[in-house]
Design a protein around this ligand. Structure first.
Ligand code: GLC
Ligand code: CA
Length: 543
């Protein structure tokens, strides 16, 4: 098992919004190539790039129609090969994104299934039934029913996401073998690791009929054959010594420990999302509520300490292409923009696990602040606007909810410069709007400022790569005596560091937790007492 991921940080590129090389308003592979030196300058060892395979782009590439070819909007196979080898020569490896729970309905397998070919129908999950009675009253993740009727076949097929994303039948060994071949194909191209999209949803319940109504994800998460399926995929493709991360939807701590314990030969680590639901009212993403910091802190304490005790390993992160920006969510876009962004970075990067930086997070990029429905692109946002307004929510309130919760908040173009279109594209307009704050939140200006969020993130990455306590130490949460101040200790071979983070916009008092040498802080002047923390203050102390 390859353990170098404990000291590494991963950078996530959302290709469509990273850098446009040919002026069509859409980011692409050659755009990534042109920015590899920038990514290297952050100190990261791995780059996870979101899917750029052939796709009708209903879900921006998470609806793959050909796993072995490249969407021409993003480039060619030779661009892709050059990207992989150029990264390798800069000491970085790519992690490609394998979307194996479903394919696009444009995939040739599904097209063959639609002709009634029994071999390919068995690649998907079809059930008999009359037009008015779906096999179960399930809802999909993007709103609306999870079963879609095909009149020509007089059958229903299952889709946990959009109707154009048909779920694959992992019970069929042929399907599993096809997917293994896809991994072998990219591994042979020199890819160094993989991210597996919604991996814990692939094992469906044994009997799909007559199940109660509810969210389809709820019934399909961590299914009865999931651990066997993952192990088989990993062992048969020989990726056990590579860096792998499974995206685990609505999972449990017990399962994540199993997914990531090295001797089980499943994943190197997993993503879970419980900490990003602490501002969902009654668990509903589309109902706003201020974040519950007590719940947030307890989730981190529980997951960190249990994973550590049982030899599991987690991916630690705040942001990705499915999440609003963290500085807008738990931090402050105004007076404490810099302090809060740095504090949030400190909290994540000193934890036990492999930290992920999502493009622009290292700049303190904010939510999009869209005010009109037409500004949104994401199928989920557009569906939920309709659902909310049809349920009686006013248009104004629905737009306010989207402005806080839509995935497009994290998908606006990377802000490179203060110039036109933030230096993202030469096109008259990018595919999606850019927040106005690119005038000061951008790579160019943050490179020039020694105190920038960007330069602070570089210190965080460096600390992990150089300090064994950060990469390999145990973790224990400390009682700060204040719900708004989170603190933990990392320790290794009798040495330890203490991390103290104030999640509040005001001064907070805490118990004295540590004394020693300050390794890192987001304020320029020292904090002698360590009992009064300034707004969003973060301190890392070596005891
Ligand atoms: C994952 C992806 C998300 C996508 C979904 C369906 O959650 O991160 O962007 O919509 O899976 O593939
Ligand atoms: Ca382009």
């Amino acid at each position: 098992m390859n353990q170098n991921f404990t000291s590494s940080t991963v950078y996530q590129v959302y290709i469509k919004s990273f850098c446009d090389s040919n002026g069509d308003g859409i980011g692409d592979i050659n755009g990534i190539r042109s920015k590899l030196k920038y990514i290297q300058s952050l100190g990261v060892k791995y780059i996870w790039v979101t899917p750029f395979f052939c796709s009708p782009m209903v879900d921006n590439g998470y609806d793959v129609s050909d796993y072995r070819n490249i969407n021409p909007d993003f480039g060619t196979m030779s661009d892709c090969e050059a990207m992989i080898s150029e990264a390798a020569s800069l000491g970085m490896g790519f992690m490609f994104d394998m979307v194996f729970n479903h394919t696009s309905t444009q995939h040739e397998w599904f097209k063959k299934a639609l002709t009634g070919d029994p071999e390919y129908m068995n690649y998907y999950i079809f059930r008999d039934g009359d037009e008015n009675t779906p096999p179960a009253d399930w809802t999909c993740s993007f709103g609306g029913p999870a079963w879609e009727y095909v009149p020509g076949l007089k059958k229903w097929y299952l889709h946990l996401f959009d109707p154009t994303q048909a779920d694959l039948n992992w019970e069929n060994p042929k399907v599993r073998n096809e997917l293994k071949d896809v991994i072998r194909f990219w591994k042979a191209k020199g890819v160094k690791g993989f991210r597996f999209d919604v991996l814990n949803l692939v094992s469906k319940p044994e009997n799909l009929d007559n199940l109660p109504a509810g969210s389809a994800t709820r019934f399909c998460k961590d299914g009865h054959r999931i651990h066997d399926f993952i192990r088989e995929l990993v062992i048969d493709t020989g990726i056990d010594n590579m860096i792998t991360v499974g995206e685990m939807a609505s999972t449990t701590l017990e399962h994540c420990i199993k997914y990531s314990q090295p001797d089980r030969h499943e994943m190197s680590m997993c993503f879970n999302f419980h900490h990003l639901k602490v501002d969902y009212k009654d668990g509903n993403k589309w109902a706003l509520m201020p974040a519950d910091l007590k719940v947030l802190r307890n989730l981190f304490k529980e997951w960190q300490e249990e994973m550590c005790a049982q030899g599991g390993w987690g991916a630690v992160f705040w942001c990705n292409h499915d999440q609003p920006r963290i500085v807008s969510r738990l931090g402050n876009e105004g007076k404490y923009w810099k302090h809060s962004a740095k504090m949030l970075g400190t909290f994540i990067h000193m934890l036990r696990g492999t930290p992920y930086i999502y493009q622009g997070e290292e700049l303190g990029m904010t939510n999009a602040h869209f005010t009109r429905l037409e500004q949104y692109n994401d199928v989920e946002a557009i569906n939920y606007y309709k659902i909310l307004t049809s349920q009686g929510t006013s248009s104004e309130e629905a737009l306010n909810i989207l402005a806080n919760r839509a995935r497009d908040n994290g998908r606006t173009p990377m802000q490179w410069t203060s110039g036109r279109n933030a230096g993202f594209t030469e096109a008259p307009e990018p595919w999606i709007g850019i927040p106005e704050n690119y005038s000061y939140i951008n790579v160019e200006s943050e490179e020039a400022d020694p105190d920038s969020i960007l330069n602070y993130y570089r210190k965080l990455v460096k600390l992990r790569s150089e300090n064994k306590i950060v990469s390999d130490g145990r973790v224990k949460f400390l009682e700060s005596g204040n719900e708004r101040v989170f603190a933990y200790e990392r320790s290794l071979d009798g040495k330890s560091i203490v991390v103290i983070c104030n999640f509040s916009p005001i001064e907070e008092r805490i118990n004295k937790l540590a004394a020693g040498k300050v390794l890192l802080t987001n304020y320029d002047s020292g904090n002698e007492s360590l009992e009064n923390l300034r707004p969003y203050e973060a301190i890392v102390i070596q005891k």
